[in-house]
Design a protein around this ligand. Structure first.
Ligand code: ZN
Ligand code: ZN
Length: 124
């Protein structure tokens, strides 16, 4: 039997709409989450991005060098049955977005009522 928590963090359907720059996830418990791709890019959980964000927090006046990160999805693949990995058009693609984290970060009015600053950690 599948527990409710497992259902919450289990996507039935993942749709990436490149035109709307949006990822829509339909979860097994019936909840639907919509994530903007630029937000997903911004909260990329890979080590490089975490470090960059940490530095930016320590030095608020730091200017970002190089081109702005691309929020165009080149490719997306499932990692096992627990996560999704995006490859962005600028070649970045190390961030693994756990479904539990995505669900915990759902920006809808009933969950977070807005986009969280970082990818939140969800229960497993
Ligand atoms: Zn990253
Ligand atoms: Zn929600």
């Amino acid at each position: 039997m599948i527990s409710n928590v497992t259902k919450q963090n289990h996507p039935l359907d993942l749709t990436i709409d490149r035109e709307a720059a949006q990822l829509t996830v339909e979860w097994a418990d019936g909840h639907i989450s919509r994530y903007r791709l630029p937000w997903l890019r911004k909260v990329c959980p890979c080590a490089t991005c975490l470090e960059e964000r940490e530095q930016a927090t320590n030095d608020p006046l730091r200017l970002m060098s190089g081109p702005l990160p691309s929020a165009v999805v080149e490719n997306a693949e499932l990692v096992g049955n627990y996560a999704i990995r995006f490859s962005w058009a600028d070649g970045h693609g190390n961030g693994i977005y756990g479904f539990a984290s995505l669900r915990a970060s759902c920006p809808c009015a009933g969950c977070n009522a807005g986009e969280p600053e970082y990818l939140l950690t969800g229960g497993r």
